[in-house]
Design a binder for this molecule. Structure first.
Ligand SMILES: [Ca+2]
Length: 430
């Protein structure tokens, strides 16, 4: 099966050559956003965006006799490749999420609104939630940065946001849905954390619930010159793990690594510079952390959720290399499973392990990008090692702010220039 879609990928590349833009040509951190045409002209004609499962769910025929049940599953038509279908045009999407099983896609827009996109790509006229009077989005790493729905959102209507406020500080807050499920209750603001940020850089911003029901929050070192990285007793340079179902405003779970000492009780892992995007693969219990580098190296770390307390190395190390300290060699740190130098990009944008149903051929594959170069790469994590490393040269989304998944595990990509792309299969006629 694998060789099948590799060949298919080549076919797609061939179809697109000529208008393909070399990813490595663009490495400027302050480069202006690419125009929409970069993505649209380099792609095969976008398919019509279908509801999450219509093109892909294997058809199942069940035959029942008096003594046995026989199930015949028909495989989907041959996969020729994957492509990006334009799902919606939304200015500066920074977070893409949905409650589990919900057919709507929720897109957090940098200036502070959360837009609802229906499964046929229609954008709800009024935003689900408008936080623009609370959100400050001046610096390039500021704005409405994170969005997560409570695992029991269908029952309790609780959602969480992470944003920059008018003082250049960041806040983690909760809202609840209103009586109309199309809108959150704007008055329901409940603050969980306020970070007095030292600078407007490295403010993290990713939110995701783990299979343990706890909320994980990436914070970043605050751009303080790296001094916070190795401090497990500050919330900067960390990923937090908190219980939003207990305490006021939250609890540190009793099995957090530093509850008994050695660090702040909320901290799950530290030694991070700017973990702008991380994701949790619920099927394996692994967290994939893409940590943005300073000078030369971008990195992705993969760690089991039950391996709390890990030191990811910053600022002793940048990627796997010693960076700033003679103590580097003596300090035990988690090393990245994938890293790349700044000749190939400038700022890693972490994605997700694909667990949707439309493209079972790529199940278990982790996709990621780089904000400057705009390529899409992938690997599979196999017992401590990244294997099957790929660059999907036919996929040219533009400048990737974020990845996201919908309520059924399908994968989306949000770009600085305002596209929300959906990863879709290209299949032979059945
Ligand atoms: Ca590191």
């Amino acid at each position: 099966m694998r060789s099948l879609w590799l060949v298919a990928g080549v076919l797609l590349v061939a179809a697109c050559s000529g208008s393909d833009t070399s990813a490595s040509e663009t490495t400027n951190t302050t480069s202006s956003p690419p125009t929409t045409s970069v993505a649209t002209t380099t792609l095969p004609a976008a398919t019509t965006t279908a509801p999450p499962t219509t093109t892909s769910t294997p058809t199942t025929t069940t035959t029942t006799t008096t003594t046995t049940t026989t199930t015949t599953t028909q495989p989907p038509p041959e996969l020729l490749g994957v492509e990006l279908a334009l799902h919606a045009a939304i200015d500066r999407p920074l977070a893409i999420a949905a409650p589990r099983g919900d057919t709507r896609l929720f897109v957090a827009q940098r200036e502070g609104t959360i837009e609802i996109v229906t499964d046929d790509g229609e954008i709800q006229e009024e935003p689900f939630l408008d936080l623009s009077d609370r959100v400050w989005a001046n610096g390039i790493e500021q704005g409405l940065l994170g969005l997560a729905f409570h695992p029991e959102y269908a029952e309790n209507g609780r959602l969480f946001v992470y944003f920059t406020d008018e003082n250049n500080d960041t806040r983690l807050a909760e809202y609840t849905v209103g009586t109309d499920p199309a809108f959150a209750d704007a008055e329901s603001y409940r603050e969980l954390l306020l970070f007095d940020q030292p600078t407007e850089r490295h403010n993290g911003g990713m939110l995701e619930f783990g299979p343990d029901g706890f909320l994980y929050v990436s914070v970043g070192d605050g751009g303080d010159g790296g001094h916070n990285g190795q401090k497990s007793d500050t919330l900067f340079g960390t990923i937090l793990r908190i219980d939003v179902d207990g305490g006021e405003p939250y609890l540190a779970p009793p099995d957090n690594p530093f509850v008994a000492g050695g660090g702040a009780p909320e901290v799950w892992g530290y030694g991070l510079r700017n973990p702008w995007r991380f994701s949790i693969d619920h099927e394996t219990g692994l967290m994939y952390i893409a940590d943005v580098g300073q000078q030369d190296w971008e990195e992705i770390n993969v760690v089991a959720l039950d391996a709390g307390g890990a030191n990811f190395g910053w600022a002793y190390r940048e990627g796997s290399r010693c960076f700033s300290s003679p103590e580097c060699e003596e300090t035990e740190t988690v090393l990245p499973v994938v890293e790349y130098g700044h000749q190939e990009g400038c700022s890693v944008t972490g994605g997700y392990v694909y667990r949707g149903s439309a493209i079972p051929e790529v199940a278990g594959t982790y996709f990621y990008s780089d904000w400057c170069s705009g390529w899409i790469r992938s690997f599979r994590y196999d017992n401590g090692t990244a294997v099957d490393l790929e660059e999907w040269t036919a996929l040219q989304p533009g400048q990737v702010n974020t990845f996201g998944v919908d309520g059924f595990g399908e994968l989306y990509i949000g770009t600085w220039s305002g596209e929300v792309w959906k990863l879709v299969p290209v299949r032979a006629e059945s």
